[in-house]
Design a protein. Structure first.
Length: 140
């Protein structure tokens, strides 16, 4: 039997497996924003056992790993769309964040990271002495 191959279809199938689709993302969906003196990051991990979530920090890289157990092979599945196994995501943080004081909270399937801005990166006032001896504070 002669089979036709379509390299574009094969590439599309491969990218969907690796990168996911809008309906089934391969990576952990994330929201990130700044609120005052800290950055907040929320990662969706629905149905994940909190004991399987692992958070590592090395220099300015935060790695989140989680796992969802494989399906029972004795089940006769009708649909199996949720990703299984171990998956991870890395966040590359700027030097202006204090990775030593990251806080993490896992609630309702959402992992929330609070990453404070480093003290040396916060705005501060610098006092300037004028040539006539008066002092004035200037925002830096």
């Amino acid at each position: 039997m002669l089979m036709r191959t379509d390299p574009f279809r094969d590439l599309d199938r491969w990218t969907q497996q690796v990168l996911g689709t809008a309906a089934r993302p391969a990576a952990m969906p994330m929201d990130a924003w700044r609120d005052g003196d800290e950055f907040l990051v929320e990662l969706d991990l629905p149905g994940i056992d909190p004991d399987s979530v692992d958070l590592d920090v090395e220099r300015n890289v935060v790695t989140v790993r989680a796992s969802r157990p494989e399906l029972d092979s004795d089940r006769s599945m009708i649909a199996a769309e949720r990703p299984r196994g171990v998956f991870s995501r890395q966040l590359f943080l700027g030097e202006s964040l204090d990775t030593d004081r990251i806080r993490a909270d896992y609630r309702d399937g959402v992992l929330r990271l609070a990453i404070p801005v480093a003290e040396q990166a916060k705005p501060r006032k610098i006092e300037i002495t004028h040539h006539n001896g008066e002092r004035q504070a200037i925002n830096a």
